[in-house]
Design a protein around this ligand. Structure first.
Ligand code: NAD
Ligand code: TDX
Length: 346
């Protein structure tokens, strides 16, 4: 089997994607991950250790990337590695500039030199976000042609990386593909993000911090549906093209929190009260985009992708996963992140 490089394969989406590759059994994943606070080797525990190779390292380390390319002769790169949390990018943007922009540049440079020498089929799949398009007015949807208008240091760094990837495609003929996806949720998501943070705070009987008035809208997609879409783009996407991926699930933050509370009221009932009593409105996130919504027509029509999971089934699966995997998140709480507020500073 031919090898592919999966950067950030110990993170939330990357580890779900490694699982998909192993199930598909068409290419062999080599995971490169720096194991930042968000990277967790436990995320790969449920996968047979013979089915992937793990290399600890930084995408900013060009010599390391070069040696991995020489050793494993990759036919593709799936580039997930990034600093991924908007709140942390407000507290400290530097890592976002380094990993998301410089790291992507390094991967592109090694890739282009490598294909010039090796002359084999190769694809560079860059995993990006709908946040590059910025705030969206009511009734509109992000299309692949929507101009970039990022609001946070995180989304600006992802926008920069997208521009670099496109430039390497146009100028050097690197066979690139870009995906821009909406908010993911599901197993192994680090509990700094809205959905796992709210589930775990409920389970710990802690306040549920809703930013601003809770009316900000995100378009939610179950993580495995995102992974399946990326794989379809890899297999059948048109080289140099971009594909938007979304769940067609526009939901206000406060409605998400209410759904989580109601589901937990049923699955883990409290005596004579509801989890909704824990809801607490807090100061808004600086630069908080009001609405995101994706138009996924292109990937649906050109590649026949459609999400398998409804929000109702996906959120129930996710809540059950966090109930069943307390050891996973307790270890994170004890060693890495105690779920305190981030990203308030301006
Ligand atoms: P995550 O924070 O859970 O995981 C990121 C992983 O990248 C971690 O394992 C971390 O250790 C690794 N990493 C970070 N910097 C690195 C470096 N310099 N070198 C090597 N490894 C490094 O993030 P996620 O939510 O899984 O997101 C993965 C990708 O998908 C990101 O590029 C993100 O922008 C994109 N994306 C995320 C979402 C979402 O809703 N989570 C939506 C669309 C796109
Ligand atoms: O405690 C919270 N309270 C709250 O109201 C947190 C953590 C978030 N929020 C709000 C802010 C957002 O409107 O919930 C919404 C979702 O927030 P996050 O989970 O932090 O995600 P978001 O900022 O939308 O970005 C996510 O989706 C796009 C990922 O973190 C990105 O990596 C991805 O690109």
């Amino acid at each position: 089997m031919k090898n592919v490089l999966v950067t950030g394969g110990c993170g939330f989406i990357g580890s779900n994607f490694v699982k998909l590759l192993v199930n598909n059994n068409e290419v062999f994943p080599v995971v490169l991950d720096k194991l930042t606070y968000a990277g967790n080797l436990n995320n790969l525990d449920h996968i047979d250790k013979n089915e992937y190779i793990f290399s600890e390292g930084d995408i900013c380390d060009k010599a390391l990337i070069d040696s991995l390319f020489k050793k494993y002769k990759f036919i593709a790169v799936f580039h997930f590695a990034a600093e991924s949390h908007v709140d942390r990018s407000i507290d400290g943007p530097e890592e976002f500039i380094t990993s998301n922009i410089v790291g992507t540049y390094n991967l592109l440079e090694v890739s282009r030199r490598y294909i010039r020498e090796i002359k084999q089929d190769f694809k560079f799949v860059h995993v990006s976000t709908d946040e590059v398009y910025g705030d969206l007015e009511d009734g509109a949807f992000f299309k692949e042609t929507t101009p970039y208008n990022p609001s946070s240091p995180y989304s600006a760094s992802k926008a920069s990386s997208d521009h670099l990837v496109r430039a390497w495609g146009k100028t050097f003929g690197l066979p690139i593909l870009i995906t821009n996806c909406s908010n993911n949720y599901g197993p192994f998501q680090f509990p700094e993000k809205l959905i796992p943070l709210m589930i775990i705070n409920c389970l710990n009987n802690k306040p549920l911090p809703v930013y601003g008035d809770g009316k900000n809208v995100r378009d939610w997609l179950y993580v495995m549906d995102h992974c399946i879409a990326i794989y379809k783009v890899y297999k059948n996407g048109k080289i140099q093209d971009t594909y938007n991926i979304g769940g067609n699930n526009e939901i206000k933050n406060i409605d998400i929190v209410n759904i989580i509370c109601e589901t937990l009221d049923e699955l883990k009932p409290l005596k004579n009260k509801t989890y909704k009593n824990l809801i607490t409105y807090v100061k808004d996130r600086p630069g908080h985009d009001l609405r995101y919504a994706i138009d996924s027509t292109k990937i649906k029509e050109k590649l026949g992708w459609t999400p398998l999971e409804s929000f109702e089934s996906g959120i129930r699966k996710t809540i059950n996963w966090y109930i069943d995997n307390e050891t996973w998140w307790r270890e994170i709480q004890e060693k890495k992140y105690a779920q305190n507020r981030l990203g308030e500073s301006v």
